[in-house]
Design a protein around this ligand. Structure first.
Ligand SMILES: Cc1cc2nc3c(=O)[nH]c(=O)nc-3n(C[C@H](O)[C@H](O)[C@H](O)COP(=O)(O)OP(=O)(O)OC[C@H]3O[C@@H](n4cnc5c(N)ncnc54)[C@H](O)[C@@H]3O)c2cc1C
Length: 666
């Protein structure tokens, strides 16, 4: 099968407009005859469900939480990008497009990214109209801050709760349609398989997580908006329930899985404190606007700090190495995440780490507190030489900007970050890989779409901060509602899809069989036991830096672990009741397959790009070295019975509007 990305012809800035002008439309009366299933009601699925129902389609929406409000999207702290140029600092659609392609290390599809930049401004208008309380400046205008990988301020935010506020907006829009009966909301339901009839996605099999009942649901199209798969690493900043099952099940039914090895390791997370942990906490990238990252200049000081003999505040400016400012003078602390993460690892590997395990660097606000304090003293006509007053005034400004993040840090680490610099270390955060989709956001299964973090998205090999919310909402509010109409136009006379068709019976039987297998297994170890082991292999051998030897070992070890899992996992309870161990078993089974494909993808990509760092391919200064001649393509894997048998298809990436150069942030 050859991949057809269906990119419209014409100049890049006209493609989306021309496309919309020429697609098939479904008239309002006919939309009432069409059912659409949306799996996932985070920002991507929530915005899609609301918009599709508003257009008149009958939507059946599913999420495994007890409410769409609890989707992982709620955790997003820092903000959402849009090319509004409110700051007048040189932003434009082209610059957002350029920054995103460059940030992704030239491994994204140009046409999609340009469309994303074009619709970005509409998202802000839509959310403001919904009443989302985005931060404003004193004069009432929407405020912006900066995120990594850019030289402009284009990030809109709502304190450190941007995802929550945007999700409440999407949820309100959904609720209007739930109230009108146009969205039938199925909370606490997990999709466990896709049903394909005559080559088209026509429904799903879902388990009611409260009663255990297995249900069949039909529709004319299925939209997957199930989020990312970062939890394949066990420890990540993702919500505990985030999983790959929906995306993986459609992969096994024919949807190609693209670039699984592109994972983002976020530089500013609270370091791992021990084996007991099941979750890592992000400290928003917005903190890099004001925080300066450093480690001690000398190994002796680093050792003394680790042993508790010295405090960071004992070290003078000259004794500190602000390594990002030193290595990347033009972007400084605001280099993209992959660059900042690797630089932290490099310093810690060289022995400069500052916590007990040697895996932490400082994020220090002292300079910002002083700078803001002096500014406030000047504004208020107070004594700018009064050190105590300056610190008080500056602390108030920093608290206003990031107060909830500082409070969260203090609660977890039990140290006051206004006084002692925060300790941070990179952690798994986001997955750029996912189900392959064409320009219409349709997978290789006709009628099965994928949006938000679950698709392989617009971020290439590295996503810039604040661009995931932008992409999820662009897909849901502004892209899918057009593209799905074009696909559904010939379906207006099809009528209801029966759930009695043999394809539904077969899919349901398969799901029952898998569930029963776990319950009857009677092994010795919990699901978490295997998940943790998988996470360790992934972090050690497929994590921030990879090499061929480690990847070959990982592939072998994951396959063995999977066999052990099926032999020895113990899942208590029954299938026809509330059973969280059973839910986890199904999810970890999929992670155990996805992990292997992930490593296989990383092994085949003999280059370093974005979040994919192969130790064999780096410059003398330790920067990622791309190989555009041989690897400027999307790797889309076709399932053939086992991850080891997966077949690679390549979608060549053509750059007509941006010149391919080795990325530099110096
Ligand atoms: C801590 C943190 C902070 C972040 N901050 C930012 C930020 O400031 N800016 C930014 O742009 N990005 C940020 N991101 C990334 C961003 O939050 C996510 O990429 C984005 O929210 C994903 O949205 P989504 O709708 O695709 O998926 P999710 O929000 O993960 O939603 C997935 C949905 O799918 C449902 N689901 C999954 N599987 C199934 C199944 N089998 N059956 C039924 N339902 C299913 C879930 O119930 C849920 O409703 C952050 C990420 C993290 C981890």
């Amino acid at each position: 099968m050859s991949l057809d990305s269906k990119i419209p012809n014409g100049p890049i800035s006209d493609k989306w407009t021309n496309y919309k002008d020429h697609i098939n439309l479904v008239n309002p009366a006919n939309k009432r005859n069409i059912d659409i299933i949306v799996v996932g009601t985070g920002l991507a699925g929530g915005s899609a469900a609301a918009t599709l129902a508003e257009l008149g389609y009958n939507v059946k929406a599913f999420c495994f939480q007890d409410s769409p409000r609890r989707a992982h999207s709620i955790a997003a702290q820092g903000g959402i990008n849009a090319a509004k140029n409110y700051q007048g600092d040189g932003d434009s659609t082209f610059r957002l497009f350029y920054d995103t392609v460059k940030g992704g290390d030239y491994r994204a599809r140009e046409a999609n990214v340009h469309r994303l930049a074009e619709v970005s401004a509409n998202i802000i208008d839509q959310c403001v109209a919904q009443g989302v309380p985005l931060a404003r400046e004193y004069g009432g205008l929407l405020d912006n801050r900066s995120f990594g990988g850019t030289l402009v301020s284009r990030t809109f935010y709502a304190k450190g709760q941007t995802g929550q506020q945007l999700l409440l907006g999407a949820y309100s829009a959904m609720n209007r349609q739930i109230g009108r009966g146009k969205i039938k909301m199925h909370n606490r339901h997990e999709m466990l398989d896709l049903v394909i009839v005559n080559g088209k996605a026509r429904g799903i099999i879902a388990r009611n997580l409260v009663t255990g009942e297995i249900e069949r649901h039909s529709a004319h199209a299925v939209v997957i908006a199930s989020g990312g798969y970062g939890n394949v690493f066990f420890l990540s900043t993702n919500a505990m329930g985030s999983n790959a099952t929906a995306a993986w099940k459609i992969h096994k039914k024919g949807a190609f899985f693209a670039n699984p090895c592109y994972t983002q390791i976020h530089p500013t997370c609270i370091p791992v404190s021990g084996d007991h942990q099941s979750k890592l906490t992000l400290m928003s990238e917005s903190l890099r606007n004001d925080g300066r990252i450093w480690v001690p200049k000398s190994l002796e000081d680093a050792k003394a700090i680790r042993e508790g003999k010295k405090k960071p505040t004992d070290l003078s400016e000259e004794e500190r190495d602000y390594y990002l400012e030193r290595r990347y003078p033009s972007f400084g602390n605001l280099v993209p995440r992959d660059v900042a993460s690797r630089a932290a690892k490099e310093r810690c590997d060289a022995g400069y780490g500052v916590n007990k395990t040697g895996e932490a660097v400082y994020l220090d606000f002292a300079a910002a507190i002083e700078r803001y304090g002096k500014e406030q003293a000047y504004i208020k006509g107070l004594d700018a030489d009064d050190k105590k007053l300056i610190i008080k005034l500056g602390t108030d400004v920093v608290a206003n900007k990031y107060g909830n993040l500082f409070q969260m840090y203090e609660k977890i680490v039990d140290e006051n970050p206004y006084v002692t610099p925060m300790m941070i270390y990179p952690a798994v955060h986001y997955t750029m890989g996912g189900t392959w989709v064409d320009y219409n956001l349709m997978t290789t299964i006709p009628g099965c779409f994928s949006i938000g973090e679950s698709n392989f998205s617009d971020h290439g090999a590295n996503r810039l901060g604040a661009s995931a919310l932008m992409q999820g909402l662009a897909d849901g509010y502004f892209v899918l509602p057009y593209t799905i109409g074009d696909y559904l136009a010939p379906d207006i006379k099809t009528g209801k899809i029966s759930t009695d068709l043999p394809e539904f019976v077969e899919a349901e039987n398969n799901v029952r069989e898998q569930l029963n297998k776990f319950i009857n297994n009677n092994g010795k170890h919990s699901v978490d036991h295997f998940h943790k082991k998988l996470g360790k292999i992934m972090w050690d051998k497929v994590g921030m830096a990879r090499n061929a030897e480690g990847l070959n070992e990982a592939i072998h070890e994951i396959a063995e672990l999977r066999e052990e899992f099926y032999r020895d996992v113990k899942v208590p309870g029954s299938i026809d009741s509330f059973n969280q161990e059973l839910e986890k078993a199904m999810r970890v089974a999929d992670f155990l397959e996805l992990g292997e494909l992930f490593a296989k993808d990383a092994l085949h990509r003999n280059e370093s790009c974005g979040g994919h760092f192969r130790e064999e391919y780096q410059t003398e200064e330790g920067e990622a070295m791309r190989d555009d001649e041989n690897f400027a393509y999307v790797a889309a894997w076709e399932y053939k019975g086992k991850p080891s048998e997966a077949v690679l298809h390549k979608e060549p990436l053509v750059y007509e509007n941006i010149k391919l150069v080795q990325r530099s942030y110096k």
